[in-house]
Design a binder for this molecule. Structure first.
Ligand code: UDP
Ligand code: MG
Length: 317
């Protein structure tokens, strides 16, 4: 039995106390049904302020296949997921959300696909009706903008839910950056990839941790981590404006020679100054986005800190 591959379900938990009972009740039987596989559930408690940790530890006492990694504070989902991937011991790794938005029975289908010989199996949502219209629209726009400017394309409607092998996991772990935009990193490593379609459900309990502002910053993180186009665009913008100004100057000179000096144009002057000032500030802002990230990376701080690990000791069914 020990020769069966081990599947690590890696799950970040942040203030999910209402979810935990349902979570294990649904996920464990579903994993147990997958033939010829052993499994572990690596739960990372991302500095929850409710009783999430107690519930997780209790679960790991009941079932030896549940492991709990307690981080020292809330590091954010990407960091928690990074921690979970680092701690996973499986031959197959499946990142999973605690809120059961991704139906657990899809895991079996991912494994089936993996048996056909793929290194990565993506779970793609076929409809996002569970999300609000605004979220659907912003998500769509993000994928479009990101994929237009970034060298590494991220597949649309694919979240972190996927299956990948130990080889891919080691490749991910070897990436040194501390800004972990996981969707991008997953895409960056490549490997033989297949896709499985599924329908995403609404959150089973609790509420989302991602407000509009957080998602906006997340999108910026994604684009700045994987593209330098926003930096380079200023050269061309500056060049175009300078050329335009030259043409304008030439035209003004010619006009003065022919018609003489007319009434000075304060309005056009003010507009030009304001417009250029605005453009320059945007440019500086974009520089700031990148410099901020260089600054963060240069400190070389770890992505997360572990306070304690709880290994399930109970023999499992
Ligand atoms: N999460 C986390 N740390 C955070 C925020 C979220 O570990 O700072 C976890 C959360 O517990 C859940 C997953 O990340 O398991 C996805 O969060 P959520 O469902 O709120 O995101 P959404 O599905 O709305 O994008
Ligand atoms: Mg969710």
């Amino acid at each position: 039995m020990d020769s069966f591959p081990l599947l690590s379900l890696v799950v970040p938990f942040y203030n999910e106390e209402e979810m935990i009972g349902q979570f294990f009740a649904r996920v464990i039987p579903e994993l147990a049904r997958i033939p010829d596989i052993r499994f572990e559930i690596v739960c990372v408690n991302d500095g929850s302020r409710d009783r999430t940790l107690d519930h997780l530890v209790a679960a790991s006492r009941r079932d030896g296949r549940v492991r709990v990694i307690d981080l020292t504070r809330n590091f954010g989902k990407e960091a928690a997921l990074t921690a979970a991937i680092h701690e996973a011991r499986g031959d197959l790794i499946v990142p999973f959300d605690a809120d059961l938005q991704d139906p657990p029975d899809v895991i079996g289908r991912l494994v089936d696909k993996w048996r056909e010989g793929y290194d990565v199996v993506l779970a793609r949502r076929v409809d996002r009706n569970a999300d609000s219209l605004l979220k659907q629209w912003t998500a769509k726009s993000f994928y479009h903008v990101h994929n237009d400017v970034a060298d590494v394309k991220i597949p649309e409607n694919v979240g972190d839910f996927r299956l990948f092998t130990r080889t891919v996991c080691e490749a991910l772990k070897a990436l040194p950056e501390s800004c972990r935009f996981m969707k991008g990193l997953f895409a960056w490593v490549g490997y033989r990839t297949a896709v499985v379609d599924y329908v995403r459900e609404a959150r089973a309990a609790g509420k989302t941790h991602f407000s509009g502002w957080k998602l906006w910053n997340f999108a910026l993180e994604g684009i700045t981590s994987f593209s330098t186009l926003p930096l380079r665009v200023w050269t061309y913008l500056g060049l175009s404006v300078a050329l335009l100004a030259l043409a304008c100057a030439f035209w003004l000179a010619v006009r003065t020679l022919i018609y003489g000096i007319d009434v000075p144009g304060y309005a056009s002057l003010a507009t030009a100054i304001l417009l250029l000032g605005g453009i320059q500030l945007i440019g500086i802002g974009v520089l700031g986005e990148y410099i901020g990230r260089i600054y963060l990376e240069s400190k070389g701080r770890p992505v997360y800190l572990v306070r304690q690990r709880f290994e399930g000791t109970a023999p499992h069914a």
